[in-house]
Design a protein around this ligand. Sequence first.
Ligand SMILES: [Fe+2]
Ligand SMILES: [Fe+2]
Length: 284
Amino acid sequence: MVKVLEYVFEELNTVPNFPETAYRALKMLEDENVNFEKLAQVIRYDATITANFLKLVNSAYIGLRRKVESLSQAFALLGLNQIRFFLVAACAGQYLNRALHGYGLSPYEVWLHSLGSGVFAELIAEKVKARNPDHVFTAALLHDIGKLVLDLFVGGELEVIRELVKDEGLTFMEAEIMVLGTDHAIVGAELLRRWGFPQETIFAVRAHHDEDWMVQNQTAAIVALSNMLTNLVGIGMGADGLSYRVPSKLLKVAGLKDRELFSIITEGFKRYQNIKENLLSQAR
Ligand SMILES: [Fe+2]
Ligand SMILES: [Fe+2]
């Protein structure tokens, strides 16, 4: 078991860096008075990120009268937080748009679960006026990235994990720990640390299945809650420590009232459906 753990952490070095363009752009977006002209200049050089960004914006805003075709057009239409959200999503897409064979997930399932969590996180951050919305989006979109790493390097062991979940009734997290000596939350947080993400983002990823840790700060709470709601409405990632109870403490730390939860779920699901249908129709 220790061998597996060491191997996974060693192999983490071989995962490519998070795109430089994304770092620079996200840094610029920390400034409320960011110069959009300069921001567009930074992003424009990365064709994949630009294309993904425009695709996502056009998917999410089906109500737009015309198609958004340029970065400056998108910036003029969107709020600062929406720009942040779609930018992180556009950058994360290249990591999350792939199959996780060990987990029995198609690229679409992985991507939709990440996007779904991101959409809920965006909505909650907006509703509660989160202190650090950019940390919230990044952590929500990347919260399960540890699964990608485990799938890459120990895909074979995942068979054993799946069997333990099925036959012994363990949660996926418990089975990951038993077989690998680590779990996807630990591995994901470590990857983000190596990529140089802020401590708050790393912590939220680390905490997303831990009931004590997820209530330590607002970012961690919103991220864990977004993951739960995403599973709750059926945008699941298989057996991802599924829980249908949303603890009131979690809502409180996130900054939400119990009675606000229903509207968050319906609105979030609507937004997610919009994105999903449009992404699918663009892919066809
Ligand atoms: Fe997870
Ligand atoms: Fe998840």
